[in-house]
Design a protein around this ligand. Structure first.
Ligand code: SAJ
Length: 420
């Protein structure tokens, strides 16, 4: 294989596992990150993120000398960019992608590029971002030719190759999932496939860069739209006094129906973000995708209104009590079951919002974390047993396995995941 040294820029939830997989196949990998803590942790053979099995792979790769982390990029044959693409911090009603991290990464690697190098963008990006990156690289290195101008004869090859791994299953899915490979030219794609075949057992399917960018956004938008359908059903069923969980399980017995599950909202750093990258580039056309985003984003507020209604019912049934006497237990803080990831979590946001107006105690049960320091002074981390015993109102926000394993009955339960 023509790639001796692979540099991965951005050692987060995608970059670090990807770097570790190449290193585990005995490729020399230089990981680059602006975060000193991440660099130091990795160089000790440890990891700064939570992902099953990753710690062992990183530990072995560092110990055997195949993986090292640095703050500044070094010479390599491949530069793989896996930096964040957050929203711009402006007042736009439609959040817009911020490509400044990709621009900074491009500027950092441009001086190191040489004839024969391959540059891959993995960061989730709006359509056109790879061409934009290619232009930034070309502007910085007029002495080299790039595929957008020189086609198949370019000195440097460029491709967009999105990740599509599920947090919590990253190590397995990186190997097993099919991969979309979007080269700016056919040769760029062929070289990118050659690179990924170092560890990918799934099929590497070739397309162009723009289609590959849109494929990634489409996958997550599709899931968002489907979850919005389930969330809308849950609100309709609540009004019509129908059990939405029973309804969905009945409808799913149809051979061509597969409705997803409603919940307190959509969290994480992908599904609630990526659809906006389509909406912001095609605001007139992306009507359904835009509506789905709004439905899912409105669900936490609907849950909070439900809690307010139940508080009022409780007080009516217990006239000797005031709101201060009511203890609310929130079951789950993570953005999805059986992980400790609180980023963009609707469960956490709902619990925090309750703490803003509720004068009584709020107990949070989150079996996957040990401390909620800094989250809110008004929220107390409690054991599952203590919450069940002491709370007056029980709010299920995440279907963690511990909660599902226990059948619990109480008079005031708001079950956003339908487990009790
Ligand atoms: N959710 C529901 N109902 C469901 C399924 C999920 O409310 O039926 C909620 C979850 O509770 C969570 C949110 O949706 O708050 C997102 O969870 P998820 O498991 O659907 O997805 P992520 O964000 O963990 O990972 C997604 C995956 N994309 C798809 O399944 C299309 C993953 O393959 C991507 O690689 C990842 O986004 C990413 O990095 O883009």
């Amino acid at each position: 294989m023509s790639f001796n040294t692979i540099s991965v820029i951005g050692l987060g939830y995608i970059g670090l596992p990807t770097a570790a997989m190449f290193a585990s196949r005995k490729k020399k990998v230089i990981g680059v990150d602006v975060n000193q803590h991440a660099v130091d942790t990795i160089n000790r053979g440890e990891i700064h993120i939570v992902e099953p099995e990753l710690d062992m792979i990183v530990h072995a790769a560092v110990k055997e000398g195949y993986l090292k982390a640095t703050l500044t990029p070094e010479q390599a044959d491949v530069f793989l960019i896996a930096v964040p693409t957050p929203f711009k911090n402006n007042d736009s009603t439609i959040p817009e992608p911020d490509l400044s991290y990709i621009q900074k990464a491009s500027e950092a690697i441009a001086p190191l590029l040489k004839k024969g190098d391959l540059v891959i963008l993995e960061s989730t990006s709006p359509v056109g971002a790879t061409e934009q990156m290619a232009d930034w690289l070309a502007a910085a290195r007029p002495d080299l030719s790039f595929p957008q101008n020189a086609g198949e004869n370019a000195d440097v090859n460029i491709a967009y190759c999105p990740e599509r791994v599920l947090p919590g299953h990253v190590v397995r899915e990186l190997v097993e999932n099919d991969r979309v490979i979007g080269g700016i030219t056919a040769k760029c794609s062929v070289r990118a496939v050659e690179l990924y075949k170092a560890f990918v057992k799934g099929e590497c399917v070739i397309t162009n860069a723009r289609t590959a960018e849109m494929a990634k956004l489409t996958e997550n938008s599709c899931r968002d739209v489907q979850i919005a359908f389930a969330n809308e059903l849950s609100i309709i069923c609540d009004k019509l006094d129908i059990d939405v969980w029973e309804l969905i399980s009945l409808a799913n017995r149809h051979p061509r129906i597969n409705i997803l599950q409603p919940g307190p909202g959509v969290g994480g750093h992908c599904i609630a973000v990526d659809p906006w990258f389509i909406v912001s580039t095609a605001p007139e056309e992306a009507k359904l995708i835009h509506t789905a985003r709004k439905i899912n984003d409105a669900k936490p507020e609907w849950v909070i209104d439900k809690v307010k209604i139940v508080i009022a019912e409780f007080l009516q049934a217990n006239p000797d009590k005031t709101a201060k006497d009511i203890t609310i237990a929130c079951y789950g803080l993570a953005f999805k079951p059986d992980i400790d990831d609180l980023r963009e979590s609707p469960a956490l946001n709902i619990t925090r919002r309750l703490a803003e107006f509720h004068t009584g105690a709020i107990l949070a049960v989150e079996p996957n974390i040990n401390s909620i320091e800094g989250i809110s002074a008004n929220i107390e981390l409690a054991s599952f047993e203590a919450a069940k015993a002491h709370a007056n109102i029980h709010l299920v926000l995440v279907e963690h396995k511990e909660f599902k394993a226990s059948k619990f009955h109480a008079q005031y339960i708001i079950d956003t995941k339908g487990i009790w």
